[in-house]
Each structure stands twice: as C-alpha cells, then as structure tokens.
Design a protein. Sequence first.
Length: 683
Amino acid sequence: MTLPFDSLYRHGFARVAVAVPTLRVADPAFNAERTIELARAAAADGTVLTVFPELGLSSYTADDLFHQDALDLAVRQALADIVEASREIATVLVVGAPVRAQGRLFNCGIVIADGAVLGAVPKSYLPNYREFYEKRQFAAAREVLADTVEIAGQEAPFGADLLFPTDVDGFTFHLEICEDGWVPLPPSGFAALAGATVLVNLSASNIVVGKADYRRALCASHSARYLAAYLYSAAGTGESTTDLAWDGQALVCENGDLLAEGERFADHPRLVTADLDLQRLAADRVRTTSFADNVHDHRERLSRFRKVPVTLPVPAGTVALRREIPRFPYVPADPAARNERCAEVHHIQVEGLSTRLRAAGAQRLVIGVSGGLDSTQALIVAAKTMDRLGLPRTNVLAYTMPGFATSTRTKTDAHRLMAALGVTAHEIDIRPSAEQMLRDLGHPAADGVPQYDVTYENVQAGERTSHLFRLANMHDALVVGTGDLSELAQGWCTFGVGDHMAHYSVNASVPKTLIRYLIAWAAETGQFGAEANAALTSILATEISPELVPSADGDEAPGQSSEATVGPYELQDLHLYQLLRFGYRPSRIAYLAQAAWSDRTRGRWPDLIPEDQRNEYDLATIKHWLRLFLRRFVQTSQFKRSTLPNAPKVGSGGSLSPRGDWRAPSDAVATAWLDELERNVPG
C-alpha cells in the first residue's frame, strides 16, 4: 500500500492510544461495552494500538470474587464479545482480564485484533506487600505449564515470553503488567533487547500521595533506558474504594520524553493518544553500540522469546501528524529551559577555552571582531575565560578589520562591544594588503573592475586570518576561532588560512540559531552592563552577512546576505539536526520540516522572534533549500571539516569534528540523498 506523503505512517510514525474506561466492579458485560466504545473512538482517530488497564474487564478490586464461577463465565463472555466486535474495529486491542487455565488463575494482558486472539501474557511478578494481596488470587507467569491457552474458543500463544512484531517497520510491542514494571529487572527490559520498541504496561495501581510523580518518572526512565516507547494505563473511576482510591493515570513516554498524559481523577472515559517516532528509536539503537553489547550478553535468554506476527490496521488515507516538531531543535521554546541551556553551553565554551589556554602556557587571546553574531559570542567567551583564569580582560587582543564591504553599522557595533567588555581593542584596515594581493594575482578588481567572485571574497577572509595568526605569534597568544556549526555544515567558510582555521574554536558545535540566544542570554542576565547590552541588541538585529561584497546602497548596513546563498538558518538548522543526529532519509526530513514550519500559527515560538518575523515555509521551499543543504553537506564541504581545529562539543545534537561525532570521506557524492529527495517529495 502506497501511503500519501502527508500520512504520518509513511514517515516512520505510528499513533497509539492509552484508554481508561469507567467500569463497574465485577461487571464484565458493562466493562466490555465501555472497552468497545473507546476502541471504536481510537480506531476512528487513526490509532493502530489501544491499551486498556490491568483486569479492566473484571475490575482489579474483585478480590475473592475472582474465584467465583459466575465472574469467570461473565469474563469469558465479555472476551468473546470484544473479539467479535474487533472484526469491525481498526485498532489492535490490549485488554486486561483474569484467565483460568491449567488449574490456575492468571492476571493477563490479551491482544485482540480483527476477530482473533493473538496472544495472552500472564503477570510475572505478583505484589504481596502493604495493600497488595495478589498471590491470594493469582498464579505468576513462571507457573505456566503450557504455551497456549483457549480464549473465546481460540487457541492462542500464552506466556510472558511473547513478542508481537508487526508489519509496520520498527513497531514490535511487548506486554507487562503493573508490578512487572516496578521490579529491578523488568520483563520489558529483556523484551527491548530482543527487539521490542513499544513497551506496554497494563496497570491498576491505586493512588497515594506522590505516586503519580513516581509513575511518571518510572515510565520515562524505562523508555530512556530501553530506547523505546512506554505505554502505561492505570485503573480509574469505578474500581472499589473500600480501602483504596484510583486516579486513572495514562502515560505515553518515548526515549525519556513524556509525549502524552491524560487527566487524572476524571469521572468520564479517557483516550490519550500519541504519535510515536519509530525511526528515532531505530536510529538511536543503531548508534548506541552498548545497546547491542547488552543484547549479546543476554542472548541466551533473549532467544527464548516467541514471536507472534501482528498486522496493524494502518489507515490508507492521510493521517496528519499531531506531534509537535520543534522548529528550533537546538533551542528550547520554554524560557526557563532555554536559559538553562544557554548557561550550560556558555560554561562548556569557557571551560574548553580556559583549559586550552592553560595547557598552551599562554595568557593572551587574539580574536577578530566583525560586529556579527559569531565573533560576538566568541568575544564573550574570551572575556569570561579571562575572568575564570583570574587574568585581565585586556589580555584579549581584539581586532576589527574592515574590508571592501564592511558596513558602518557592524564596525561601530564591534568597537562599542570591545570597549564595553574591557578588552584591548584595535583596528587594522585590510584593504591595502587585500588590494596588493589582488594586484599580485592579476585580478580585475585591482584595476577597479567590479568582479566580485570567490577570489575577491576569499582574499579578504584570508588576509584577516593571516593577520590574526601573525599577531598571535607576536604576542605569544592563541587565535580564537569564531565559525559556528551551521556554517561548517555547508562549508560557508574560507578554507586554510581563512575563517576555517584557528588555534582553538569555541563555536564549532554551536548552531547559528542557538548563538542568537546565547547572545540574548548574556544581555538578559546582565553579564556585561548597559553599554554592552546596547551593542548586543544592535548586533542581534543586524542581517547575517560575511560582508565581502560591496553594497549597492552604501555602507550603512550589510549589503550581502548569507541566508540568500545558503538558505534560512532557522530552516537549515532543522535539516542539519535531523541529518546529523539521526541520519534520516531526505523525504522524512522534508516531512518533519513541513510539520514544523508550514503553519506559523501552530506550535511554540522562542520569544526572541517577534510576531512579524515568524516565518513559514511550504513544501516546495523546504525541498529547494534541503536539496542545496544535502549537496553542500554531503558532497562539497567535507574536506573543510576533515581539517578542523580543536573545539568543545556542547550538545547531544552532535558536532562535526573529524575526531569526534562526524567522520566522513571528503570525496563522497550526494546522489543517493538527492535521488531519494526527488523520488519521494512532491513538488
């Protein structure tokens, strides 16, 4: 089946649901009706797997009524009714029920789909402490005598050793029941090692003070540790309150993140849905080599799992993604989280440069200051490094080096900032030396011909860096590199003796979108005072430009736009994150970019971006810039990254260091990436 481009199922997502019905104690007929109602609602919402609470057909609080034949017969009939109803319900159901088999009573999770009982999983660990008394009624999974059981007239696989691989790539699920998830070595952990990516916990779990937070932390940590999704459904309204109370907590976690949580203590049925990112889980498992090592160490136990194939009822039409895709994956939208991120990145940068300066036995830094974002952030780090080392900020030798296209605005901002930070400020006009080189080369611009080609641009960039290195020689100093991750990704730097090179780079793993917020954070937290803040505010409002080509409109502001050449950084940084962090195929990256950027009215925006500057990009625009990004990243720029100077890695989004996160051939071609983009992205 070929799915439309706009369907989440085409791009490695799957919608799941956690259902918390209202129920009656020991009334399976009523409970089955409520279960079927919620299952129909889940199916209508495009959900392929719907999970219900532990013993949801009988109620968890039936106590010694579990041993009554009447209740057993009613449960059997309820299961038969659900199995029959499932023929017309396009979702796989996981329901909880007591099952009599082999002369014992088991607390089971039962998988039902399209009129078939696919498997039944008995609870492994029965709590018998404090308010729990389950061993009075139930037998544990270890007491199972046969590997099949009869349910609703069907023979089905039976045991705690069942995995349910599906026909959706990357979607294999496993069941455990309540206490199973609370023990030191949960069954779901071994299931994850055996290939399960969606871990299901049918729970009852009465509520006491603080327990909801503990459940939330437990489920999130399971999903992080096992690189999986974790679905949790607790019993709610209708369970007996003779001695206990119930809140009906419903949770969906994925790789440490809480994707969805339902209302607790509700007096109505709840259906909590979430769109799981199966490809993200697969990407993390492939890259986390210790996960595979752990699989190897437990291979004997893992070989005992039995696999029960499941066909998921994937909708044929469009199912729009409801999961929020951050527009700025490197920048938290929440102000508190963003400030914490900025502080952490700042400290990492300062720590890296401080250590390098001490190791080199030097006490001075040389830096070029352009009045742009990157050199501003690098200068802030340099100044704070001197503070950390107990050295005067005057040991930062800062140079603004105007060239043929330097604007009045950026030069003014550079001087204001250097003065406000208290560094040693200088100005070196590179135009005479650049003109001499152009003459030596026989370049037409030496004779006044306006030929603004790559040679013209790189002569200026090279002259600046050449001056900085010789100044460092003169003053026994280190040259601080200013280029950022976004520029390195596309090779937007001058190779060799250009802004590509330094003794130590502080921004090399910091993307352009985050650098803006680092500068804003420095201003908002009052790091340097009012005069510095005025300069920083002006710099943040200036067009991003290399300032290497003269403007036709004079020199008041930059006349050259970096983003007009390499694309909007806010969009290209998303492309970079998805490609570098996860290695996604281009069509998926385009889909995620469309989900993030196609509607400016949806989702959260970092508050630095004014309302009138909140952009949106349609799929055709995204495809255009992604095509350019792929060509530059894969094919034309790696030779520059293969010779990068040292720099500290700051985030889990990755770096491009050839000694760290990214090692790639310099002569690769981008054909496979570009072909996949053209074949699978319309427009």
